[in-house]
Design a protein around this ligand. Sequence first.
Ligand code: COA
Length: 147
Amino acid sequence: MTSASDSHLLMAGTTISHIAPADTLDIRQIVLWPSMRREELMLKEDADGMHFGASSDGALVAVISLFETPNGIRFRKFATLPEWQGKGVGTQLLTHAIEWSRKKGERRIWCDARVSALPFYARHGFAAEGGVFEKSGVAYTVMSREL
Ligand SMILES: CC(C)(COP(=O)(O)OP(=O)(O)OC[C@H]1O[C@@H](n2cnc3c(N)ncnc32)[C@H](O)[C@@H]1OP(=O)(O)O)[C@@H](O)C(=O)NCCC(=O)NCCS
């Protein structure tokens, strides 16, 4: 975790901070790929990415990882712990990612979205591009929005 000066205070006791890639692994595993080992959830691009975490009382509850691509900022491995979902933390983290991307001068943000999360992204102004495809038994579609 970085210093408190890098953190943004949100709802009582909740902050968003720049975190190290390794700090994302537990939540990636618990939420997205429980059958995989932590080591398998490291991305080769992680070292070049920007990772943000939402914490409550010092414990991470949600993570998101951002990567520069020729088509804009791609976010990956976006996840909120089950007991924290539906409380607005994901919205705050995604909003932070969008603001960060905008400040960098990026024009577009996109992800391979789990089809199960499409309503969430649509509510945040994302539109689907192209069809549904499958990776490791999970259905995805590319979703993007202008910044
Ligand atoms: C997708 C995900 C990251 C969103 O994070 P989250 O913390 O649950 O996000 P929010 O709480 O801001 O919003 C989730 C829903 O709760 C609702 N919500 C937000 N704040 C709320 C509140 N205070 N009270 C009630 N509902 C609320 C939102 O309207 C939203 O509904 P929607 O999904 O129909 O749009 C999270 O649900 C998750 O980890 N899902 C499993 C993994 C996954 O699919 N990741 C995305 C991969 S592409």
